[in-house]
Write a protein that binds this ligand. Structure first.
Ligand code: EMZ
Length: 347
């Protein structure tokens, strides 16, 4: 199969200009509305890091769904764990799943993951054209998730049918009905593991000890919703944009083949450039200031990873993909205690 790009204009399909450049340089922040709950976007690398660490002033443990952009307060009540929890409790919750999420660095896990990716490529063989998101990125994401959850491979078919977002409807940020499909699925999966413990993630969570007690069903669901939702659109974005990049730049693929030692750096660089998650919010706990801009108690800020990744004071030629970029402190996986649990997959 030949990779083909559809857009024939001057800009290549995989070219992402930086929409934050001017605001980042001039003010350091941007403003946007989101369902009448406006937010101040923090744009500079240094400020994003500072705010990410300051969980007392910029909290994650707000009303469930409020730190997400677009806000999910109208479509879910379940708190995602450990994502919507602040220190010191955050660490204890995270410890429940941290080792489990480290498994992707193991060789055996990587062999199985590679096999999933190979099979997904094989399915494209002989086709003239494919819809890359639905025929490739989404299936890979869901099949890889069977490994992470240690669930039967066949489950992936079911998850793929949910579409690119597991509980958010594609075109209406206020439509919460889709979420029930996931919630019902999780109720059943938890009940099954309770009746018949296996070595899957549900059984792990059901047997876990948290502060001298078992987790509640609501807590288990909170971890599972995050696992299903958090690593979905982000992974699909990363895979799709990478494929688009190689379609636009076949010479880059040749280079990586010829110089396998730059592979790791190339992965980091593509993740920096595409920033699969644009930003993540925090709720402000007191009147404060960022970049000399007043921010009110109980309003929202967002930590704009995509802008920080193009900060010219940190990255040389930030708008270029430099496959073997040496210094690359990108923030695509977040920063500080909430750094993405799934980041272990990049190895
Ligand atoms: C939340 C979020 C986590 C949110 C790291 O990102 O991902 C989004 O896709 C979900 O909608 O609920 O899980």
């Amino acid at each position: 199969m030949k990779l083909r790009t559809e857009r024939k204009s001057i800009m290549k399909m995989s070219e992402f200009p930086d929409p934050f450049e001017q605001a980042r340089q001039e003010k350091g922040y941007g403003e946007m509305d989101d369902q009448n709950d406006p937010l101040t976007m923090i744009l500079r690398h240094k400020d994003v890091r500072k705010c990410a660490m300051n969980w007392e002033t910029f909290k994650s443990g707000a009303k469930p769904g409020r730190i997400v952009v677009p806000s999910e307060v109208y479509i879910r009540d379940t708190r995602q764990i450990p994502f919507e929890i602040d220190p010191p409790l955050h660490k204890e919750y995270r410890a429940l799943v941290e080792n489990w999420f480290r498994r992707p660095v193991e060789e055996e896990y990587q062999l199985r993951l590679r096999e999933i990716i190979r099979q997904s490529f094989d399915e494209l063989e002989g086709k003239d054209s494919v819809e890359i998101i639905y025929d490739f990125s989404l299936p890979i994401q869901s099949r890889a998730l069977t490994l992470l959850l240690n669930c039967p491979y066949e489950e992936a078919k079911h998850w793929i049918s949910w579409g690119t977002h597991v509980f958010r409807s594609d075109d209406d940020p206020l439509d919460g009905s889709k979420a029930n499909v996931l919630y019902d699925y999780l109720d059943e999966a938890i009940a099954r593991a309770e009746a018949n413990p296996t070595d899957d993630i549900y059984s792990l969570l059901l047997s876990a000890e948290f502060q001298g007690r078992k987790l509640t069903k609501e807590e288990i669901k909170g971890v599972m919703i995050l696992t299903f939702a958090g690593g979905r659109d982000t992974v699909i974005n990363a895979i799709t944009n990478t494929i688009a990049y190689f379609a636009d730049h076949p010479e880059a693929l040749q280079r990586i083949k010829a110089e396998p030692e730059i592979k790791k750096r190339a992965v980091e660089e593509l993740i920096r450039y595409f920033a699969p998650l644009t930003h993540m919010g925090r709720v402000v706990t007191e009147d404060t200031q960022v970049c000399e801009h007043a921010i009110q108690d109980d309003s929202r800020i967002s930590l704009c990873w995509a802008s920080a990744n193009r900060d010219e004071s940190i990255f040389e030629n930030p708008n270029e993909v430099i496959l073997d970029r040496k210094k690359n402190p990108h923030l695509s996986f977040g920063y500080s205690h909430h750094r993405c649990l799934g980041a272990t997959h990049e190895s």
